[in-house]
Unconditional design. Structure first.
Lengths: 224, 221
């Protein structure tokens, strides 16, 4: 089960490393998002205090949607996902493999975005490195868990590129709220660890609920 | 169900007809006075929406795991009713808020997530309409996830401290001897009956449509 998942992940990473297409395009898109929001928010050279976490999570969500669309577009091309589904391997393992691939892409995004935002907004992003990492990991997992399931399902649909964000954003907005409020608590001075931990617990609960539901529904959803 | 339907329709009509009298006779709330009476239609329409969430989730699970066509029809009908009743709540809420809080809309947690549930089920209907073949299964997944998000909606008001009256207001009013309980409970009953009535009507329509499609298919063969 875990071996299959890791094989799917290795396949995705091998394809990606060859061209770096998704990494570079989504990363550039994320940076463009940050800049667009900076122009919207910054007044007289100063951004409002809570802008940095909000921009971070919006950039992650937007570029994550793009990465989801591209990853599964690649599978649709010459029907490779169908081939994967025909293979005698447990379906949930395929889901976990694709999910890990998306999480790796999101993590690469975040590794660039966090220092960039710290630099542009003078935000103390590295005051609580462990808690911030926990937020980014939990947030990415929750977002990617829902996103991978829906993107995989939507492959069959003609209108997938517009339906994915329509479905994904309302369902993952609680994730983004937790991420933004929690990160904002970490960035306040002094850092508000108690509030941040509360948000982290809610975020983690959502991780558990979303991943469990996705594993449970992936099999019947992907059978024709 | 077909024979019961006129009875159910009559009962719903009678219960609905009594609510204005009960609400008119209910005592004024001490601070909001007349404005507070919108409460008797606002809260029950959210109750009906919660019923819809339950039906939609159960129907979706039955369709996805047991391949039950009836489950799919109930889930679809419930999703449409969620949009209707949540829409009613989202219209009556701002009308009340304008007078009670002085603003049309307040970005508090409960309002926000109520809006999100409405959005999720509008997205559900869009998936069914524009998703193409196989969209019923995707819609079922959306229904299950929509229901999974709703506990976060319900508990959000206790986790976040907000302007919205806490959920315990309903038990408080039932224990309250001032005579607010009867109109509220009758209104809730009226909305739940209306929900059941519309649900069955919509499911029946879907059954007829499916039967018609089957007939066309046999005719072509």
């Amino acid at each position: 089960m875990l071996r299959t998942a890791l094989l799917v992940l290795r396949k995705d990473l091998a394809i990606e490393i060859k061209t770096l297409e998704i990494v570079t395009t989504t990363l550039f898109f994320a940076v463009a998002c940050v800049l667009v929001f900076s122009f919207a928010f910054v007044r007289e050279g100063q951004a409002p205090p809570d802008a940095a976490p909000a921009i971070l999570w919006i950039a992650v969500a937007f570029s994550g949607t793009l990465a989801l669309g591209r990853t599964f577009e690649r599978e649709r091309y010459s029907e490779t996902l169908r081939a994967l589904l025909l293979a005698p391997s447990p379906r949930p393992a395929l889901y976990v493999g694709k999910l890990l691939g998306i999480i790796v892409l999101l993590a690469l995004d975040e590794i660039i975005l966090v220092p960039l935002i710290a630099f542009l907004f003078a935000a103390p992003m590295f005051a609580r490195p462990l808690l911030l990492t926990a937020f980014l990991v939990c947030g990415s997992v929750a977002f990617a868990a829902v996103g991978t399931l829906f993107a995989a399902m939507l492959m069959r649909s003609r209108t997938r590129d517009v339906l994915l964000p329509i479905l994904l954003y309302p369902i993952t907005v609680p994730v983004i709220i937790c991420g933004v409020r929690g990160t904002a608590a970490l960035l306040s001075s002094p850092a508000d660890d108690a509030t941040a931990t509360m948000w982290l617990v809610i975020l983690f609960t959502m991780d558990v609920v979303f991943v469990t539901l996705a594993l449970w529904t992936f099999e019947p959803l992907m059978s024709e | 169900m077909r024979k019961l339907f006129p009875v159910l329709a009559a009962v719903t009509a009678i219960v609905f007809a009594t609510t204005p009298f009960l609400i008119a006779n209910a005592p004024y709330e001490s601070t909001m006075l007349l404005i507070q009476k919108i409460f008797y239609y606002h809260v029950p329409s959210w109750v009906a929406m919660y019923c819809g969430l339950g039906v939609c989730a159960v129907g979706s699970v039955l369709y996805l795991f047991k391949d039950s066509r009836a489950g799919d029809r109930y889930a679809e009908a419930a999703a449409e009713l969620i949009v209707v009743f949540a829409g009613n709540g989202l219209i009556s809420g701002p009308l009340w808020a304008r007078k009670a809080w002085g603003v049309w809309w307040q970005w508090d947690a409960r309002l926000t997530i109520a809006l999100l549930v409405w959005l999720i089920f509008v997205a559900y209907l869009m998936v069914r309409k524009y998703g193409g073949p196989g969209s019923e299964k995707l819609a079922a997944a959306v229904g299950i996830f929509g229901a999974a998000v709703s506990p976060f909606l319900y508990f959000s008001v206790t986790i976040w401290r907000t302007i919205h009256p806490p959920t315990s207001v309903v038990p408080d009013i039932i224990e309250n001897p001032k005579g607010m309980a009867a109109p509220l409970l009758v209104s809730m009953l009226a909305f739940v009956l209306l929900f059941v009535l519309l649900l069955n009507l919509r499911v029946r329509l879907a059954e007829r449509q499916d039967a018609l499609d089957d007939l066309y298919l046999t005719l072509e063969d």
